[in-house]
Design a binder for this molecule. Structure first.
Ligand code: XIL
Length: 300
């Protein structure tokens, strides 16, 4: 195969990218997008601050433009993201009453998932709920602080009732190294959810890596999570300076795990990346394929 999407499809997987709605009119950008990628994640357009900037007032237009583009080009969608402490409007983070916040969270999930029902392959229902460092516990957030530990379970249960056909994922960063406390915390949560029948279908490993790429244990981590009975996906891949070896190793880790169902790069050209100056993506600023592209394609 001569494209990332076609090569990934050869083993039943997808290869995706984050897309910014404002760049769809850039012909270089959209040409690469539609040639190479079979899955699309909106980079910002489905986040709470974009979708519900004030209570009960929903704006789906930017997200809709990405869904329309994807649909017209045979690409599937990952929905990103419903419950996250970041890019969260002040009107939500300032709620102090649990009954109100529970209703606001469930309404947000319900309205957004209903709007996109039938068009989303997988939702990042909860993003980045675990703390960095050695605690292995949830991070501080309005959801955690006002609703307590059960907010994640509640979000997944609500999500399942709204769109039973969508895969429901937990997504986080720095959970790629098996021995890290954060990884173990998320693993324990998924194990508990599966044992109690809390609906969870997948875990997204963001995979924002430094110059060395994935930790040596990455494949072990993917495989151990998959053994709990969930799909695993690489959801936001970028690697500082984009070493070809590091990209190849990342792709191989996924390909070696049967339930690693796909890989998403967090942008197309280096100039599209949120990591300014790190040149972490597969295409250079002019849209040319980088050595990392060839390494990824070869590994697929
Ligand atoms: C980033 C976007 O790429 C930026 O454009 C935005 O300013 C901040 O968020 N983890 C996530 C993504 O789950 O949503 C983040 O995306 C990167 C880190």
């Amino acid at each position: 195969a001569t494209t990332l999407g076609a090569a990934a499809a050869g083993s039943g997987r997808y290869f995706g990218t984050a897309v910014a709605s404002g760049r769809l009119g850039d012909a270089t950008y959209s040409t690469i997008l539609d040639r190479e990628f079979t899955m699309v994640t909106p980079e910002n357009e489905m986040k709470w601050d974009a979708v519900e900037p004030s209570r009960g007032s929903f704006n789906f237009a930017p997200g809709d433009s990405i869904v329309s583009h994807a649909s017209a080009h045979g690409q599937k969608m990952r929905g990103h993201t419903l419950v996250w402490h970041s890019q969260l409007p002040n009107w939500v983070s300032s709620i102090g009453d649990a009954t109100t916040l529970r209703s606001v969270m469930n309404n947000h999930i319900t309205q957004e998932m209903s709007h996109y029902k039938g068009r989303i392959y997988a939702w990042d229902v909860v993003n980045e709920a675990f703390a960095d460092g050695g605690s292995g516990q949830h991070r501080s957030s309005v959801f955690q602080n006002v609703l307590g530990n059960g907010f994640i379970e509640e979000a997944f249960r609500t999500a399942r009732t709204v769109d039973p056909a969508a895969k429901l994922c937990y997504n986080d960063y720095n959970i790629e190294n098996w021995s890290d406390a954060k990884t173990q915390g998320v693993y324990s949560m998924v194990k508990d959810f599966k044992s109690r029948g809390v609906p969870i279908d997948c875990v997204g490993f963001q995979s924002h890596f430094g110059t060395g790429g994935p930790p040596a244990s990455f494949q072990t981590t993917l495989s151990n999570f998959a053994a709990l009975g969930v799909d695993v996906q690489i959801t936001e891949l970028d690697i500082a300076q984009a070493s070809a070896t590091a990209y190849g190793n990342t792709v191989k880790a996924c390909l070696n795990v049967a339930r690693c169902t796909g890989i998403t790069a967090w942008g197309i050209r280096d100039s599209d990346s949120w990591r300014t100056g790190e040149n972490p993506l597969l295409f250079d600023n002019s849209g040319n394929k980088k050595p990392a592209y060839s390494a990824a394609l070869t590994a697929l």
